[in-house]
Design a protein. Sequence first.
Length: 280
Amino acid sequence: SSSSDKPESWIIRVEQGFNLFATDFVIAILDRLYADRDYARFYVLETIARVPYFAFVSVLHMYESFGWWRRADYLKVHFAESWNELHHLLVMEALGGDERWFDRFLAQHIAVAYYFLTSLMYTISPRMAYHFSECVEKHAFSTYDKFIKAHGEELKKLPAPQVAVDYYTKGDLYMFDEFQTDRLPETRRPRVDNLYDVFVNIREDEWEHCKTMKACQVRGNLHSPHSTKLKDLPDEAQDEKEDEEDEEEVAECAGIVECAITATSHAERVRKKSTALLKQ
């Protein structure tokens, strides 16, 4: 990389080093507390896992108020991610993961602290916050994968909670498709015949979150799966849809410090875009 890239590379290494340390620290505590209580551990994990997406949406709304970000795709995808994690949590509650007062107390208080930490982190460096969430989602994927491999045969004999059946197979599945930014809508329709299928589906959800969080670390790289499904539209509709996306403002800054210094007015952004189009 060029010399101008070195300071940013150094900052990225520091951000990721902190994230890995913090993730490993929390994992070590949970491993000690929940060595033999899988459903309670999953309940704690899913209570915590919903938090970053609410934090992202909160900060994005603040940016909208300041006129810095106007990207509907980010809001839609992050809300869909929180909706997905909510249903993971409902599954764990149905399995009895929240029966003990201590587990509820621990999970809820960690979630509150994590919300403020993630909001602050996302305000300063969205890239760092997205990487932190990627680390958390990778741990969730690994945890479910080990559990499935260790208890697969037992899980196949147990029924699926109704909340899982309803979420994965019934009704309007727009929200289910929306958080999977690496797939076209309607290309993943899981089966839910037993508890084994439920945990496989949750594991695959976590991997989809990992891919989305990784994509988000590159500014402007996130797009709603529904807004990019152009190939299924007639040619005329494709042109109209592309025009609508072209009119959407691209975020010109990331993090409150950069935005406060470099952000411009709507009129100035329109002039810049018009000038660029004329040069083409």
